[in-house]
Design a protein around this ligand. Structure first.
Ligand code: ADP
Ligand code: MG
Length: 524
């Protein structure tokens, strides 16, 4: 266990995967201890230990109260808004996620016979600062050194584009997973992979299709037996599992039979694919409008798209394929594994981070365990490292006081679709004479009304005494490669790096203690 290879991790809502770069420079997914390429993002809590993956998923029916699913939807929330108590400990979303990461890390270490530390973890492009920060913390809690959080569509485009840099092309990434839809327009160019426009809906995914079937059966139950099978947690969980299976079967078959029993009664119901498609048409329409919006944000047209990159398990559904076909009948990218593309792209990015670090520290190729031929795969036409250029998915603003209307408003510091890392500085005048301090409210969102934006946090700056109104204070927003924000305040000969107090569960200083606590839990 010597040279530590970096890995890429797709930490998904329903499934997660881990990948590395093999000796030939190829990104490969590392199977888990059960031999599966993807691990269900499901956690089953027992006394002093947890099970993650398929075993936990199977337990969801037997003991639903001990199982956590869809924790990715809770990332970035404060412990007051999400925590799950098992035994003595109330687990935050970061902690629960860290257990999934630990399972992936631990199984992969056994498989490749090396200790894993450095990792790139992917997140949806629309994830905001607290959600990204929470993801980094989850990685740290799992004992990983998080090189970067990378946007999932960028990762998918990187996995696809890295061998195709010789021809410039425009790629539309459509990622429909278990809980979310993420669409992004990318350009693959000679030396770089560049994000052009991005949008997402984090309340639109496979689960919504599952729920249609769950509700259909519940209605049938109500009609036939005047009972509600959703009131009992176990029955609900069981029905949910059946609905997922029925949905997946309907991707290949034209009809399925679903049987569900509850409280001494049972319902048999045939579901035809056509009926399911009619029920789901509002969901498909939501997918369509998000895609059209993204294209129009980019000022592009379907005919300019060279290939459609389909990611996520839901893209196997015929109705989703049909939707995609209506996008100007553009060709679907071949050789893309919908379940593995994101993890593979993350592994490529992890290797690029490693090369970049080697370059900065003058290590050359010595430190990175890859031969010359394999290294060549990560370079562009000119022999430099492939560049990945992302853009912001939300506007970052500051709340100011409107003198005319006498109400607060949001001033945009960094607009949506700006390439980053970036620094932006603006000067503002103090709102009143003799102010002792300024409280900066940092917000994220597309509105000028503060209440319609997400508050990222606040920071306070002490001012010198007896300042007249309108004294200049300048604000610098520094947005790093992880899309995590730092705010610097300059004025009166002083420069203060303001700590943003985020609502998320952990401060940097709490991580070590929480990590030690979690290490007591055995994960398998
Ligand atoms: P995530 O990235 O959100 O973890 P995935 O990309 O792994 O999710 O997609 C999982 C979703 O895809 C689930 O809702 C699952 O039921 C669905 N799914 C997987 N295979 C199929 C299939 N053949 N037909 C329909 N849905 C599928
Ligand atoms: Mg995914």
């Amino acid at each position: 266990m010597s040279s530590k290879r970096p890995v890429g991790i797709d930490l998904g809502t329903t499934f997660s995967a881990i990948a590395h770069i093999d000796h030939f420079g190829e990104p490969q997914v590392i199977p888990n201890a059960e031999g599966e390429m993807v691990t269900p993002s499901v956690i089953f809590f027992e006394e002093g230990r947890v099970a993650v993956g398929t075993y936990a998923l199977q337990h969801a029916i037997a003991e639903p109260e001990r199982v956590v699913e869809f924790v990715k939807r809770e990332m970035g929330k404060s412990p007051a808004d999400f925590s799950r108590k098992f035994g003595e400990h109330a687990y935050t979303a970061e902690e629960v996620s860290s257990l999934i990461l630990r399972k992936l890390k631990q199984d992969a270490e056994k498989r490749i016979g090396e200790v894993i530390e450095d990792a790139v973890i992917t997140v949806p492009a629309y994830f905001n600062d607290p959600e990204r920060t929470a993801t980094i913390h989850a990685g740290e809690l799992a004992g990983l050194n998080v090189l970067q959080v990378l946007n999932e569509p960028t990762a998918a485009a990187l996995a696809y584009g890295i061998t195709r840099l010789s021809t410039d092309q425009t790629v539309f990434v459509f990622d429909l997973g278990g809980g979310t839809l993420d669409v992004t327009l990318m350009k693959v160019e000679g030396d770089a992979i560049r994000m052009v426009a991005t949008n997402g809906d984090h309340r639109l995914g496979g689960k919504d299709w599952d729920d249609l079937i769950v509700n259909l059966i519940a209605e049938e139950f109500d009609r036939e037996h005047s009972k509600n099978p959703l009131l009992d947690l176990r029955s609900y969980q069981e029905l949910q599992t059946r609905a997922v299976a029925a949905k997946i079967q309907l991707s290949r078959r034209r009809e399925v039979m679903l049987v569900h029993s509850f409280d001494g009664a049972s319902v048999r119901r045939e579901i035809k694919r056509e009926e399911f498609e009619t029920m789901a048409s509002p969901l498909v329409e939501r997918c369509r409008s998000l895609c059209e919006m993204t294209l129009s944000d980019a000022g592009a047209q379907w005919k300019e798209v060279d290939s459609l990159l389909l990611v996520g398990g839901m893209t196997r559904m015929p109705m989703v394929r049909e939707l995609i076909r209506t996008f100007g009948d553009r060709p679907i990218a071949e050789g893309v594994n919908a379940d593995e593309a994101v993890a593979r792209g993350a592994a490529i990015q992890a290797m690029l981070c490693r090369f970049e670090k080697d370059r900065q520290t003058g290590g050359g190729g010595a430190r990175t365990p890859l031969g010359e031929a394999a290294r060549a795969r990560f370079t562009n036409r000119e022999g430099g490292l492939i560049e990945v250029r992302n853009i912001t998915s939300h506007t970052l603003g500051v709340v100011l006081w409107d003198e005319q209307r006498l109400e607060p408003y949001v001033f945009p510091m960094i607009r949506k679709m700006t390439p980053f890392p970036i620094e932006v500085e603006n000067a503002f005048g103090t709102a009143a004479p003799n102010l002792e301090k300024v409280v900066v409210h940092v917000v994220e969102g597309e509105s000028t009304v503060p209440d319609e934006c997400t508050v990222l946090g606040t920071c306070e700056i002490e001012l010198p005494p007896f300042l007249p109104k309108g004294s200049p204070v300048s604000l610098l927003y520094r947005y790093n490669a992880n899309q995590v924000l730092e705010v610097v305040v300059r004025g009166f000969g002083k420069e203060t790096v303001a700590t943003i107090r985020r609502g998320t569960a952990f401060k940097e200083s709490d991580i070590a203690a929480a990590k030690a606590d979690l290490a007591q839990l055995k994960v398998d």
